[in-house]
Design a binder for this molecule. Structure first.
Ligand code: ADP
Ligand code: MG
Length: 267
């Protein structure tokens, strides 16, 4: 073995799950993302905070291409795209095959769970792996059972969403996202629609996923939680990144007056 005699190698820059440069997104005349750059290293947790209307959901939706940025560069798990407009004014920079590849790498969990009400819990978790990834029913069921176990709901597999609490429905939605085995997990205010006593069971699942080293981007108003689980916190302010850094930098040391004011109750 020669490794023990070698000088330590310089710190390799971590691989990035997300690399966004100068993203711009408009709805008509409304410029919602005005210049957003963001790097998310593999295996890290990024929380996005900011006032209502600051563009948090829009940014997440751009990261999984539910929305197409008007301008900017975006790389998701090594798939790079440059968005721009052609002379006709159409947004260019993404073909259908690339969109499919990208979508397969990213899963999203929504505030309102968005489970399919006419499918059982198991059906909710097996549907996309069968349809999108072409898994056999048997393999999809194995996978679904694994992830339902993971979120503590194996015993609910044959029930329907309407019979579950909000917290349970959100945990099914997380199992559904995990069943795609994505490189990147996005959460858009996953606990905002829950009764207060149900919040902690969902945060507990997210905390476990963070500890496992999953790459996640989380929009949240749970400041204490963001501070606890995040490697990076991004304060979004009227379509710009107002502040970004470690939880300590954003919650305690920010020089940006709007960021200071926003996080004040949590500091
Ligand atoms: P946040 O998640 O931070 O509350 P959003 O990204 O949802 O903010 O919205 C940012 C702004 O963009 C808001 O002013 C909102 O009304 C507007 N907006 C969001 N989605 C659309 C849309 N599909 N069409 C038009 N305006 C939109
Ligand atoms: Mg939002």
């Amino acid at each position: 073995m020669t490794s023990s005699t070698q000088a330590p190698s310089p710190v390799a820059s971590p691989r990035l799950a997300v690399e966004a440069r100068h993203l711009v997104k408009r709805y008509g005349d409304l410029e919602v993302l005005r210049d957003v750059s963001l790097e998310v290293p593999e295996g890290s947790v990024t929380s996005i905070i900011g006032a209502s209307g600051s563009g948090k959901s829009t940014l997440l939706r751009c990261l999984n291409l539910l929305e197409r940025p008007d301008q900017g560069d975006l790389a998701i798990a090594d798939e790079a795209i440059r968005f721009d407009r052609n002379p006709q004014g159409d947004i260019v920079g993404l073909d259908r095959r690339q969109l499919q590849r990208l979508r397969a790498k990213v899963s999203m969990v929504f505030q309102q769970f968005n489970l399919w009400p006419h499918f059982t819990v198991l059906g909710n978790v097996t549907e996309a792996p069968m349809r999108v990834q072409g898994l056999s029913r048997r393999r999809a069921i194995e996978r679904a059972e694994h992830y339902l176990e993971r979120v503590g709901l194996a015993d609910k597999r044959d029930g329907y969403p309407a019979y579950l609490s909000g917290g349970q429905q959100q945990r099914v939605a997380i199992a559904r996202a995990l069943a795609m085995e994505p490189r990147l997990l996005l959460f858009d205010e996953p606990t905002s629609a829950l009764d207060p006593e149900r919040v902690s069971e969902v945060l507990g699942v997210i905390r476990d996923l963070a500890a496992e080293g999953r790459t996640m981007v989380l929009v949240t108003h749970e400041m204490a939680f963001a501070r606890e689980v995040s490697d990076q916190v991004v304060f979004l302010d009227r379509g710009f990144v107002g502040e970004a850094g470690s939880p300590r930098q954003v919650f305690e040391e920010s020089q940006d007056p709007r960021c200071r004011r926003f996080v004040a109750p949590a500091a």
